[in-house]
Design a binder for this molecule. Structure first.
Ligand code: DX5
Ligand code: ZN
Length: 215
């Protein structure tokens, strides 16, 4: 069963309560945290995640696009994140391993994220450590509403193969440019969690779009 995770990056931040209720039929809520260093954009941080937690029981899938993300694992866990994704490009490998251990210690699900430039093989040392999810970016991280990069499909297939071999049960999430057409491509390639920002929030009927993307 494919899970849909609408990204609130495409929501109206002035009325997040209403915006979250508009997508309440989705499986997860995707929260994009950007620091203006790892990516050329600044979005939201720990206090906003804590406020969102008070307004919804939805599973909070928090995507950390920040330098040295290990510094913030405990704070986001305490704020109510259910899962944290850290980018492999955001720190040295030992620090990424430490960040994943910190997630375990703080009772949140642990995931790694890959920029388009990063190869499928990069996930192997982390899959061996045990992961709850791998996030494959299909746009350059930083902004919603970009065009899907079809050259990432072979990477999704390769990572699906690694997951089945070394870490069965680990989710494979795709983020960036997901719409009705690309959703079919990525699920065929082996993704089982789809982030969708502009496709869901730009739809006249977000619930119908969520159902269509799931199908
Ligand atoms: C981009 C973010 C994405 C973004 C996706 O850096 O990580 O989650 O919100 O937006 P769409 O679905 O519009 O590409
Ligand atoms: Zn994201």
């Amino acid at each position: 069963m494919v899970k849909i995770a609408p990204s609130i990056l495409s929501a109206d931040f002035c009325d997040l309560d209403r915006e979250i209720r508009r997508v309440s039929t989705a499986d997860w809520l995707h929260v994009d945290v950007m620091d203006g260093m790892f990516v050329p954009n600044i979005t939201i941080g720990v206090p906003v995640v804590a406020s969102i937690r008070k307004h919804t029981d939805m599973f909070l899938d928090v995507h950390l696009m920040v330098e040295k993300p290990g510094r913030y694992v405990e704070a986001f866990a305490k704020a109510g994140a259910d899962l944290l994704s850290v980018h492999l490009e955001a720190d040295l490998p030992p620090a990424i391993h430490d960040a994943l251990r910190a997630m375990e210690d703080n009772g949140v699900k642990k995931a790694i994220a890959l920029r388009p430039i990063t190869s499928a093989e990069a996930v192997l040392p982390y899959l061996e450590q045990g992961l709850d999810m791998v996030l494959v970016m299909t746009v350059e991280p930083g902004f919603g509403g970009q065009k899907f990069m079809t050259d990432q499909l072979s990477k999704i297939r390769a990572i699906r193969d690694y997951i089945d071999r070394y870490c069965p049960g680990c989710d494979l999430e795709v983020d960036g440019g997901v719409n009705l057409e690309t959703a079919r491509l990525v699920t065929e390639a082996g993704a089982n969690v789809l982030v969708a920002g502009s496709a869901v929030y730009g739809a006249a009927d977000p619930a119908a779009m969520i159902a269509a993307l799931r199908g």
